[in-house]
Design a binder for this molecule. Sequence first.
Ligand SMILES: C[S@@+](CC[C@H](N)C(=O)[O-])C[C@H]1O[C@@H](n2cnc3c(N)ncnc32)[C@H](O)[C@@H]1O
Length: 258
Amino acid sequence: MSGNPSWNPSQYLRFGTERLQPAIDLINRLDHPAPHRVVDLGCGAGNALPILAARFPGAEVMGVDGSAAMLAKAAANGFRTEQADIANWQPEEKVDVIFSNAALQWLPDHVGLFPRLLSCLAPGGILAVQMPAMDDTPARHMQAQVASQGPWAADVAHVTRVQPVAAPAVYYGLLRPLAARLELWVTEYMHQLKGPDPVMEWFKGSSLQPYLDAMREEHRPAFLAAYAEAVRPHYPALADGVTLLPFRRLFLIAETHR
Ligand SMILES: C[S@@+](CC[C@H](N)C(=O)[O-])C[C@H]1O[C@@H](n2cnc3c(N)ncnc32)[C@H](O)[C@@H]1O
């Protein structure tokens, strides 16, 4: 598996509403007359699957993910699932819609991956992707910084970090020559988080996970506390206790030729 951390569905879903909104926004922009096969790549716990099924009632909607723990939740809701590494996933038959929310940033080699995914589509098919574009933010910088300082530093030195998502122009260059239509846009969400150290809690369910996996269990509480302290000044709680987390996300929709 290409650097896939051990996913914890309950920690990830702690901010389920905020994490689902970009998927809803992307699904609302999907335009396919009558897809037969719709795949959610990196479907996780399958939260987007019912929304995709409602958007395309005639389609077979299935989820693909590398994590058995995440897929168990998706399968429990009655959806077909497949455990696979997206890096070498191939559909048995061409697919009409490949949807992927907050997953492909975990994979290396976007130069190879994105054109390959396009080649898995039937004529007139759609590749629809959302990826966090958070590399240049205090939340991410502090992850690397805190990871490199402390008794856990040696254990996490070789952790595969979340891929820096490339600039929109890179995806344009990769997909425009191959697609009949390409849309690219960036949205910065202002997540309103509650509770103590919500920024640490948010990333504990996503990009901090590879560090937590790599370090000894007894180091985890001190690592999380150090990260919480490092990000606190950058994301202060407001008067009513809410912490705003600005979260930038890159969206793309590519449609293949008919
Ligand atoms: C941040 S979660 C997003 C889950 C879901 N798409 C959602 O929006 O709730 C990322 C998911 O990508 C999956 N993933 C990451 N790398 C993967 C890979 N190489 N192959 C398959 N799944 C992968 C993880 O297991 C995880 O469930």
